[in-house]
Design a protein around this ligand. Structure first.
Ligand SMILES: C[S@@+](CC[C@H](N)C(=O)[O-])C[C@H]1O[C@@H](n2cnc3c(N)ncnc32)[C@H](O)[C@@H]1O
Length: 238
């Protein structure tokens, strides 16, 4: 489990490339998110909020990891009475988040070495962030570390479409259209080539369930969103 020695040596380079890529596309990130998903990304973040809402007490501390420009943190803030903290290692993304929601607390930090003590949060969310980490297993273990016992993790991520017809269409879209439009509007075609590559390498619904259990989550379940184009996985710290 986790990284091999070779992967450990490559991890800092991976992190640097990911951080630089998000810094480059940060000014257009929100626009492209909404445009490339035909605004469906908003409903995916709302699904996270709906799932966590009944589990969160007033003022419950909640950490939104890889918060980027803050859309998931803001969606949680608007619909729950929790205390939301967003963390991300890309400063230009965080600066946009802070401009959009000055009332929220955003912190610069690495998801693989979170700047928080063990058992600090009632819930942890990560939206479209886990896929970008050098190790999914190590990321899940670090998210578990900062959760209180019985605290909830919600992972929102691209996944494997469950309907074969949709799968081929989505694959065509990822390979042909997305790098082209993304490149045109953000000025970084490589970032939008990286997106489908990283989705292809990310564990599918069932594999992610298995990884979450291995790392120490119980009551692990998932909900397919838009036919499995994305999925919301949840689990409780055992
Ligand atoms: C696709 S964006 C998602 C942003 C936001 N959660 C959303 O729903 O739009 C991925 C974010 O993960 C951040 N990220 C990637 N690897 C990270 C790491 N190791 N530590 C902290 N943030 C990381 C990037 O800087 C970027 O802001």
């Amino acid at each position: 489990m986790g990284l091999t020695e070779t992967e450990k040596n490559l991890a800092p380079d991976h992190a640097r490339r990911v951080r630089e890529m998000f810094a480059r596309i940060s000014p257009r990130y929100d626009l492209l998110n909404h445009l490339l998903s035909a605004n469906i990304d908003r409903s995916w973040r709302r699904a996270v909020v709906r799932r966590l809402q009944p589990l969160l007490k007033t003022n419950a501390p909640v950490l939104d990891v890889a918060c980027g420009t803050g859309d998931l943190s803001i969606a949680l803030f608007e619909k729950t009475a929790a205390q939301i903290v967003g963390v991300d290692f890309c400063r230009p993304m965080l600066e946009i988040a802070a401009r959009k929601a000055p009332q929220l607390h955003f912190v610069e930090g690495d998801a693989l070495r979170l700047p928080f003590a063990d058992s600090s949060f009632d819930a942890v969310t990560i939206g479209f962030g886990l896929r970008n980490l050098a190790s999914v297993e190590d990321g899940l273990a670090e998210l578990r570390r900062v959760l209180k016992s019985e605290g909830w993790l919600a992972v929102l991520e691209f996944s494997k479409p469950v309907v074969p017809g949709i799968r081929s269409l989505v694959s065509l879209y990822y390979q042909q259209l997305l790098p082209w439009i993304g490149g045109l509007l953000s000025g970084s075609r490589s970032a939008y080539e990286y997106l489908p590559d990283s989705i292809a390498q990310f564990p599918d619904q069932e594999k992610l369930v298995a990884l979450m259990r291995e790392v120490g989550f119980e009551a692990v379940a998932f909900e397919n969103l838009t036919g499995g184009i994305a999925a919301l996985h949840t689990g409780r710290r055992a």
